[in-house]
Write a protein of this length. Structure first.
Length: 277
């Protein structure tokens, strides 16, 4: 399974080679035409595992020198990051146009990347993350299994919440926006306390840490802990909110905190009212 992301080439090279932005600005010269760089014979290094791999748009592995040449002499270069779980590698594919990836990256993935690029330009990276999470989870059932470690010492599964509208909050202790919105989430619990609605807060923090936090901060949701990997699978951004119907199907998703935190009450209230039976 390979997951694709477009990232900034400036960020990529700064992180991987520890060089300044000035070091990696494209510097095309008359002596080194772009097409000559692209036509250079690519020498294949030996297979890499558990590492970082750079490739060209045709999937050829690049040496450090070849990678640096492409970055220096190609205009409008982009980097496609994907995770190769077969070899446990992080791959960076350098390209100019999405069409260059045809035949190497599935057409469906390319169309999705083009759509995400449009979203990124209009709504920033937050809009892209929101789309990814909705594409993965909206109208999908919650996974089953006894993996909810509750603060009372019990272990639960999501299936135990079927029959009620379930409002899930994903948060963690060091998430500032998560803590700022808690008073508004408490108001939500108060408003619906006499209705058949369950409010569940899930964090990847340990049960002792959650208990210690709750001793100092009021948060009226029911509380449990899940693994960090499971939380990131639901949403890599916190806070996150899932509205789940009585059949255990995720119907609406809010990712991230609004600029005006108090708006979260109205957003969740509207979604709860929409999904109530």
């Amino acid at each position: 399974m390979k997951i694709l992301y477009i990232i900034s080439i400036i960020f990529l090279m700064a992180c991987q080679n520890d060089v300044s932005k000035e070091d990696i600005k494209p510097q095309k010269t008359k002596d080194t035409p772009t097409n000559e760089v692209q036509k250079k014979n690519v020498e294949q290094p030996k297979q890499i595992t558990n590492g970082i791999v750079f490739k060209d748009a045709q999937g050829n592995i690049l040496s450090d020198a070849q990678k640096d040449s492409l970055v220096q002499y190609m205009d409008n270069i982009q980097a496609l990051r994907r995770f190769d779980q077969d070899n446990n590698n992080t791959e960076y594919i350098l390209f100019q146009n999405y069409e260059d990836l045809r035949g190497f990256v599935p057409d469906e993935s390319i169309e999705n990347l083009i759509e995400e690029n449009k979203l990124r330009r209009s709504g920033g990276q937050g809009a892209v993350l929101n789309k990814r999470i909705n594409d993965q989870w909206k109208d999908q059932p919650l996974p089953d299994g006894d993996f909810l470690q509750m603060i009372d010492g019990s272990v639960k599964s999501f299936s135990e919440y079927k029959g009620k509208l379930l409002v899930i909050n994903f948060w963690y202790i060091n998430c500032g926006p998560c803590i700022v919105e808690m008073p508004y989430l408490n108001q939500l619990v108060d408003k619906y306390q006499n209705e058949d609605i369950q409010f569940l807060a899930l964090s990847f923090d340990t049960i002792p840490d959650i208990k210690s936090f709750l001793n100092k901060t009021e948060f009226k949701y029911e509380h449990g802990s899940i693994s960090r990997s499971m939380m990131y699978d639901f949403t890599p951004v916190a806070p996150g909110h899932f509205i789940v119907d009585a059949d255990g199907v995720i119907r609406d998703i809010i990712v991230g905190a609004p600029r005006n935190t108090e708006l979260i009450f109205g957003k969740l209230e509207n979604l709860i009212e929409k999904n109530k039976k």
